[in-house]
Write a protein that binds this ligand. Sequence first.
Ligand code: ELS
Length: 283
Amino acid sequence: QTGSPRNFPFRCLQISSFANTTWTRTDGLAWLWELQTHAWRNGSDSIHFLKPWSRGNFSPQQWEDLQHILGVYRSSFTRDIQEFAIMLSKVYPFELQLSAGCEAYPGNASESFLHVAFQGTHVVSFQGTYWEPAPDAPLWLNRAIEELNKDQGTREMVQSLLSDTCPQLASGLLEAGKSELEQQVKPKAWLSQGPSPGSDRLQLECHVSGFYPKPVWVMWMRGEQDQPETQRGDVLPNADDTWYLRVTLDVAAGEAAGLSCRVKHSSLGGQDIVLHWDGSRSS
Ligand code: ELS
């Protein structure tokens, strides 16, 4: 891999469930690009490090301070939302999701974002120094946003988290985790026969697993010819930060011989994996 400059966004996600007036939980997690770096579980006072390099270049004191800020924030957020629910007559249960983070660019520049979704729809963002409604946000939100914007202390804290803390943490993480982020892990591939899609028809399955990073190309081929009927599944996560993909082809039983599955991945350096369907298995 040549050293073309790459950007790796750092994303913090918060998931808050409000089941009824008394039951709520909030969990947080953080990702650098495709790798989860932190977990912040409901009821836990501490941020859990998932990678040996999850501290980045922060001192233990900086982590203490950040944990304290987030701890105060979590209980304040929960209380605020319960109050807003009364004030705005929101019906339980509901979900709030926050996505906040930053990405560093060459030359000390960085961009930050903070978005909030209610019931899965984007409703609020933090822009510059204020909370703002999303373009199509429902009108009832304006009252909440007006209240939120009255708290200058919180606005200043959010601004400093986004413009200072986040880029500093992200660049430290990037430096410490670079080799893991940029590693190349080769896929393994194998073939199997899926459930029969009909009489005299076969479903050929090509499984590709254990690769990193995520982009991958997998096709059923006859010789050099792509089979456009190839059906690609979703790329699914394995538990070890690698990925899995299943690609299938439905064919007439008599036409399976001569088919192969071809896998292209950055880790293979142009040496594609090619697996040939064994006609004897499917007769
Ligand atoms: C307090 O605590 C506030 C509290 C709520 C604010 C709010 C609309 C919807 C539907 C009904 C951002 C990058 C961070 C990088 C670091 C990450 C490290 C890695 C760890 C990974 C864990 C993942 C964590 C994911 C969390 C992402 C969260 C990002 C947001 C952070 C915001 C911090 C805010 C801190 C300030 C705070 N405010 C208490 O305020 C009082 O006390 C303050 C001092 O502590 C000040 O003195 C202040 O003046 C005082 O008032 C407030 O109560 O309101 O988000 N509300 C909200 C949002 C959307 C409400 C409604 C909606 C509505």
